[in-house]
Ligand binder design. Structure first.
Ligand code: ATP
Length: 140
């Protein structure tokens, strides 16, 4: 089966993932994308989500907290705001972040806060949800 190199790095941690994979399913600002080897060149922005990586006959998930992705026929490069492999996700921290973000979203809506506050709270909620999804934790 043909492969494409996937490299994921963050400003905090440097390289988080670097392996030959068979397929990447990720979410950009324009919607879901499936990237196979020899994909056309592409530059796009990713939203916070649980990215799906098909490799070695199985599938693994990787949390991406948003960022930029460049695709060439041989390589996918992602510079993410934050990224974690499943084993590196702290579930209790993600649960607390989820509750905090949910409260902030509700209060920003009720108080009619500035649009930017609501957007920030929604992004924090999306990150917490995606982390819990990667860990298979039911979302309250
Ligand atoms: P929190 O409010 O808990 O900090 P956050 O979504 O605001 O969550 P980020 O800004 O995405 O956090 O990430 C900041 C740093 O903390 C990154 O290095 C990220 O990998 C790490 N991080 C955040 N949440 C978790 C978690 N639940 N488990 C492991 N690492 C985490």
């Amino acid at each position: 089966m043909s492969t494409i190199l996937l490299e994921v790095a963050t400003p905090d941690k440097g390289e988080v993932f670097a392996k030959e994979i068979n397929m990447l399913i990720c979410r950009s600002i324009a919607g879901e994308l499936g990237i196979l080897p020899k994909h056309a060149r592409l530059l796009t922005e990713l939203v916070p989500h649980a990215m799906r990586i098909k490799m070695d006959g199985g599938e693994t998930q990787l949390f991406i907290g948003g960022g930029f992705m460049e695709v060439t026929p041989e390589k996918i490069t992602i510079l993410a705001d934050s990224a974690e492999m499943p084993d590196d996700i702290d579930v209790e921290r993600a649960k607390s972040a989820y509750k905090r973000a949910e409260d902030r979203v509700n209060s920003a809506k009720n108080k009619g806060d500035a649009e930017i506050d609501l957007k920030r709270a929604e992004a924090a909620l999306a990150r917490a949800k995606a982390r819990l999804l990667v860990k298979g934790v039911p979302i309250p």
